[in-house]
Write a protein that binds this ligand. Sequence first.
Ligand code: HEC
Length: 149
Amino acid sequence: MKNTSLSCVLLSLLLSLILTKITWAEAPINRWYISTQATQGKALYTEHCSKCHGKNAEATPDWRKSDNEGNYPPPPLNGTAHTWHHPLPLLRLTIRNGGARFGGKMPPFEDILSASDINSIIAWFQSLWSDEIYKRWASRRESQISKPK
Ligand code: HEC
């Protein structure tokens, strides 16, 4: 009898440990944006960006290869390329000013999109990033979220 209740206690301890572990593993990571931003961003992205970066931000898979004139194609923004190396302020700047600053071809959007439009678009393409990639992005020192201006 004594043994049985001891096993019961041990078993429930074990179970609660397992359950806690599962809850930890599944705890959603905190992203800087809210889901409505990402939804608005998708529409804006489709209108302004998809013709170059692809319908689901997947273009261009061969983004490391420049053409004969040394120009690079639009890279995927969906987390499979290099974009997650850039902190939020730099992502905003690239979209506002385009690529001319570093000899690139992307057009500037500062006269077309507001700061909040740009934040929504970033929210949308970041919503395509896996938690793993998002965490790596967020843990880079420069990525510390600065409040939208
Ligand atoms: C006319 C084609 C074109 C359009 C439209 C365009 N881009 Fe780009 N984008 C590029 C190219 C090409 C690059 C690579 C750098 C360069 O050449 O300027 C780039 C680079 C980027 C980068 C840097 C990515 C990295 O990994 O370094 C971001 C972010 C980006 N674009 C976001 C956007 C967003 C958001 C929009 C819509 C508001 C957009 N782009 C519209 C062509 C375009």
